[in-house]
Design a protein around this ligand. Structure first.
Ligand SMILES: [Mn+2]
Length: 476
């Protein structure tokens, strides 16, 4: 029997809520998965992409990843991985660096056999290039074969018009008869039998958005040591930073005091607190709630007020996150890629003030060679522009002291909240699709405004790390 951990969507380097603590949390989660792998002595760790949150991880993120991979390597546990959409670079990938140092194996169309199973990889492929895929894989002589990939596959992820990658079609087209698909990209863990084979998402290991309420964890996949034997998929949770979700419907006359009372009933110390308000009650200042949560020791608090704001009312406008408010407004303007790129160059502060004029001139020169960049924001694949403009392997975008005009601009900055899968930042779409934002997405929890009782507070701290083992038979 061969037993592997299937993980993915680690998002190392994500400084969620602009907090270094959150960046550390994402690395901690990866450490936990590796520690479990070592304690359990699994045969391999299979990573389904998005090890890094973006394609310019900082040096500390790379060193963090390396230290975890070294731990696996010391225990003799191979790390087999594919490249996800968040971390894709143009040519060589970060994964190649780890492969070169012997700490990882990049999966592809040749089998990598571990015990009874042959593993193959299919990196994230943008929709525009999927028609070119031939799904040709070299043969193997193991008892089982698994395809590891990154993307939103039907039917596990319903097609909202931006999926168009069908697991059944991939399985049918592949030249190898796969027993299972081990996937990343969808951050909610899920599994489904497709043509009698398990197709499964392991889910993210830290909450990359406030939509990700359930316990985080990973999959344990077992391959029976006989031909035509079964593939078992089980799930195990890990401990992550506590998130407190408080959904509160304020009745007439109720306001901040009720919010404060309800927060006092919860343990908010060191937690990420999300408060969502609805109902007919009084206006509540987000800043006041955040201040209170801060006094109670919360790591960070975010308030979403779903109530219609009376334009005539005498209200102070307070933004929980002014940067996000500006980004949102810029998105609403529907600017072309070129305009957004220049806006970032000028405003986002990655370029030293003294270099802005030169940098803008250089960017305009580049943009003129890409007329499509001037189209209005209908382009469903904003990263393509970022790719075109990526002058190569730039420095850590957070290196704000960087004054080198060649790499000082983070081409990603204007697309922070956009997946290259065509998920947009538009409120309606993101209500359906989880986005990797910093939790201030106005659509977060949109399904909760049905007037349901406010006692349905979701909490993330209740799940013991249990296995829910299920075999293929249970589902067929
Ligand atoms: Mn991801």
């Amino acid at each position: 029997m061969t037993r592997v951990i299937h993980t993915g969507d680690t998002h190392l380097g994500y400084r969620q809520y602009h907090l270094p603590e959150r960046r550390e949390d994402f690395l901690d989660a990866f450490r936990q998965v590796a520690a479990d792998a070592v304690a359990d002595d699994v045969d391999a760790v299979v990573h389904a992409g998005d090890l890094f949150h973006d394609r310019r991880p900082g040096l500390s993120d790379l060193l963090g990843a390396q230290s975890v991979l070294e731990r696996l390597d010391d225990a003799g546990i191979p790390f087999l991985a594919v490249v996800g959409n968040h971390e894709t670079k143009r040519e060589s990938q970060w994964l190649d660096l780890f492969e070169a140092t012997g700490l990882a194996t990049r999966l592809g169309d040749e089998p990598v056999v571990v015990g009874d199973a042959a593993f193959y990889g299919l990196d994230f492929v943008p929709r525009s290039r999927r028609d070119d895929l031939d799904y040709e894989f070299a043969p193997h002589d193991a008892d089982h074969a698994a395809l590891v990939s990154h993307g939103l596959f039907e039917p596990l992820v319903p097609d909202y018009g931006n999926v168009e990658w069908d697991a059944a079609e991939v399985l049918a087209a592949a030249t190898v008869d796969f027993d299972t698909m081990l996937l990343g990209d969808e951050h909610a863990p899920t599994r489904q039998a497709v043509d009698g084979k398990w197709v499964t998402y392991c889910g993210s290991t830290e909450r990359a958005s406030a939509d990700e309420r359930d316990e985080r964890g990973y999959n344990i996949v077992e391959f029976d040591g006989v031909s035509d034997g079964e593939v078992h998929v089980a799930r195990r949770g890990i401990e992550t930073r506590e998130f407190v979700f408080l959904e509160l419907e304020l009745a007439e006359g109720e306001g901040f005091d009720r919010v404060r009372r309800r927060l006092r009933e919860r343990t908010v110390e060191d937690a990420v607190v999300h408060v969502e308000l609805s109902g007919d009650g009084e206006a509540v200042s987000a800043a006041r709630v955040e201040e209170f949560a801060d006094d109670e020791g919360a790591l960070v608090a975010r308030v979403t007020d779903r109530r219609e704001v009376d334009e005539e009312a005498d209200t102070d406008v307070v933004f929980a996150d002014p940067d996000e408010a500006v980004r949102e407004r810029v998105r609403e303007l529907g600017l072309s890629e070129a305009a957004r790129d220049l806006d970032e160059t000028i405003r986002a502060g990655e370029v030293a003030d003294a270099n802005v004029a030169d940098e803008v001139e250089r960017r305009v020169g580049e943009l003129l060679e890409e007329p499509a960049a001037f189209d209005a924001a209908a382009d469903p694949d904003p990263e393509t522009v970022a790719d075109r403009l990526d002058g190569g392997d730039g420095d850590d975008p957070e290196g704000s002291t960087d004054t080198d005009a060649d790499d000082g601009v983070d081409a990603d900055a204007s697309t922070t909240d956009v997946d290259s899968d065509g998920r947009t930042t538009d409120g309606e779409t993101s209500a359906e699709r989880p986005t990797d934002d910093n939790g201030t997405d106005p659509s977060v929890g949109a399904a909760a405004d049905d007037g349901a009782d406010t006692s349905a507070d979701a909490t993330a701290d209740d799940g013991a790390a249990g296995d829910d083992q299920a075999s293929m038979e249970d589902y067929l």
